[in-house]
Design a protein around this ligand. Sequence first.
Ligand code: ME8
Length: 495
Amino acid sequence: MAKKKFYITTAIDYPNARPHLGHALEKVQADAIARFQRLQGKDVFFQTGTDEHGTKIWRAAEAAKKPVEEFLDEQVAVFKELCKKLNISYDYFIRTTDQKIHYPGVIKLWNELVKSGDIFKQTYTGLYCIGCEAFKTEKELVNGKCPDHPTRQIEEVEEENYFFKLSKYKEQIISKIKSDEFRVSPDVRKHEILAFLENAKDISFSRPKTSLPWGIPVPGDDRQVMYVWCDALSNYITGIGYGRDEENFEKLWPADVHVIGKDILRFHAAFWPAMLLSAKIKLPKELFVHGWILSKGAKMGKSTGNVLDPFAQIEKYGVDPFRFYILGAMNIDGDGEYSEELLKERINTVLVSNLSNFCYRSMSFVNKNYDSEITGIDEDKVIGEVEAKFPEIKKAYEEYDFKKAIDIIMEVSALGNAYFQKKEPWKNPAESADVLGTCMNIIKNLAILCEPMMPEFSEKLKKQLKIKKLSWDELGFDLKKHRIGTAEILFMKIK
Ligand code: ME8
């Protein structure tokens, strides 16, 4: 039987500055989902990329005194490097300046909206935040500044723009979100967007070339450039072939989930579905909206200045401890504080004292006492206790509650530790071989359960256990006569 497809995307990042921890968080969350779905046997297509047009990029290139293309190539290389360092298993990295891959679909989409009678021209006076690349109302400002970009000046703009009839679609979108046909999760975001949609107005969809010199020209009017959000949102369909490889597009669309941060909810849960409805394209199945990584209570971001460098953090603590911490730091419906103090404590108490300790002490026991071979298992009640956790962990992954998934997985490891302790195999190794057989099976299960979040750890564990690629279906206690490899310590204590 053909595998079921699963198409997942992240937001595409603005490469005007170096990537920050917020970018890292989103990539790691999406990667954990992609890996979890692969473990379920799905045929996953995972897309990420960069959003390369707009005033912010143009001005950053000017400030760097570089031609914009050269500036972007250098910046994008850093974003790709971050993905590599983070072990992100993406299948395609889209760049919105890619004229072969991205432009044909954007132009096709624009023309579809025109055909539906949803694009019109109007003079517009408004307040523009370059940080958001969006128009703002007076009400949205705090002391005349955008609350998300308090260091940037709001610009007053008067210009003739093309508009898109968002208001025409708001009832349809509200009904699809309410019924979960287009699921917005977690619930707090669903309620937020429903409230916004009640009063949704038509939106600016282009800007004159004189105010936005860096963008995709409007088809048939090259004095106008597409507003960045129109050009950016379409990446989700152009990357998989819309406008150039319709067969692949049909195969992968609709997206199973778009992973985004809460500041761009409106674009994804109002503008994007309206554009798709106008173009008679199916809506994505789900939008998963994460909160912000905070540093000392404030949003970490390029415009706010309180940026911790993800490269330095990965270098210092290792990729899996970093992934483990950042995934566990976020509340599903709120924000998460990034603190190196907390990170160290979590690594030492959870990864080192619980997980790594259990794996190392039991595998090295097998190496020493049974010439690395197990022959059977001890049918202790721990088996049932561990197995009872599997559906709970699956549910947490399916709900993108990584914090919960981590906590339950660590309970599995704690059960293993307590079992080893209770059985005291060191007192009588000759009689305890099956106890260690049970421990090796718990470790095998941990290798599967941890894979979406800590792929490198999982790989090492499989190598030490001498077992091949595993899928979620192979959870259980079936490892009987088996020779393992040499145990090595997996996580070191951090001072
Ligand atoms: O918004 N914590 O790009 P971007 C968590 N190009 N997530 C954060 C964050 C933080 N402190 N700061 C940013 C854009 N993010 C657009 C997207 S998609 C068609 C276009 C998240 O580089 C943010 O919410 O500002 C978004 O999902 C992603 O990082 C890229 O942000």
